[in-house]
Design a protein around this ligand. Structure first.
Ligand code: UTP
Length: 295
């Protein structure tokens, strides 16, 4: 039987320094895009991909995330008594659809370390990792695109995106070879190596890793084995390089648009695009934008 991907890990314990001071007392995953926190977009993507077991790795501001996915009796009662049924549904909706567990990463010791913290909660099965500051607008949810590849190859699958040369040094970059695969139409790659934030001249390709992964449970042994890098951080990329010694890893150039909402400019772009698409808001927002004179 194919081991289905049922769980998704959301690392949310980073320091979010690019958004200080907003992220001093609040995790960046709670920054609102139009009217929903970033992490909710990722969780909705997981639910739309058939994944309902959510593990959130928290650091500071733990209570804001927990409260968001918890039941708020007072608020729900108030909305009910005032007949605000659509708001009530919006407040209830997502928490009804997921089973959520939390684990603490006491110190921000890297993305790999955050994933390793979820080991006991994930157990011996494949799982997704979602970095919720990467917000993806896609006809088929990005995670669903990745799980389809996982189910066919039973291997880890990373979401890839083409990035122009002058931007490549901000990403993990893959050295990869195209795989002949009818279902994905020239977008599937077998990964030979991964390089974290290479100088443009050293980048092995223009294919960058973005914040969606399907991983297999053997990644935990790899993360446990590798030596921490600078600042005592354990990087997921290093864990994946270690795992490559013992099994194939695939990358899929996903279909859709990704916004880096962990960065101020990316966050503003995502806000504009999502607001324009939002029913009941998009039209008047578009009218407003037309009145702005941009030199
Ligand atoms: P980032 O690289 O965006 O780092 O983390 P950051 O600390 O969140 O933000 P900046 O760069 O300082 O502005 C990518 C993802 O990994 C999580 C973050 O919460 C984010 O979702 N992360 C990172 C952890 O959970 N723990 C860590 O130790 C590091």
């Amino acid at each position: 039987m194919i081991p289905r991907v049922r769980k998704a890990v959301f690392p949310a314990a980073g320091l979010g320094t690019r958004f200080l001071p907003a992220t001093k007392a609040m995790p960046k995953e709670m920054l609102p895009l139009v009217d929903k926190p970033l992490i909710q977009y990722g969780i909705e993507e997981a639910v739309q991909s058939g994944i309902h077991n959510i593990v959130i790795v928290t650091g500071r501001g733990k209570s804001a995330i927990e409260d968001h996915f918890d039941v708020s009796f007072e608020l729900e009662q108030l909305l009910e008594s005032r007949g605000k049924t659509s708001l009530l549904a919006a407040v209830r909706g997502i928490s009804d659809m997921i089973d959520v567990a939390y684990i603490r990463q006491k110190e921000a010791l890297g993305l790999g370390h955050a994933v390793l913290r979820a080991r006991e909660l994930v157990g011996p099965e494949p799982f997704a990792v979602v970095l919720s500051d990467d917000v993806i607008d896609a006809p088929t949810p990005c995670l669903r695109q990745l799980t389809a590849v996982h189910d066919a190859y039973l291997c880890p699958v990373l979401a890839l995106m083409e990035v122009p040369g002058d931007k490549i040094s901000s990403y993990g970059v893959v050295d990869a070879e195209l795989v002949e695969d009818g279902a994905t139409g020239g977008r599937l790659f077998r990964i030979h190596d991964l390089v974290e934030k290479p100088a443009p001249q050293d980048a092995p390709s223009n294919l960058a890793i973005i914040g969606r992964y399907i991983l297999t449970p053997d990644i935990f042994d790899s993360l446990d084995t590798i030596q921490p890098g600078s600042g005592g951080e354990i990087q997921l990329t290093d864990g994946l390089r270690h795992l490559l010694r013992s099994r194939p890893i695939y990358g899929l150039k996903f279909e859709g648009r990704r916004f880096d909402a962990g960065d101020k400019l990316g966050f503003l772009k995502a806000t504009v695009e999502f607001a324009l698409k939002r029913p009941g808001l998009g039209e008047s927002f578009r009218d407003y934008l037309k009145t702005i004179r941009v030199e």
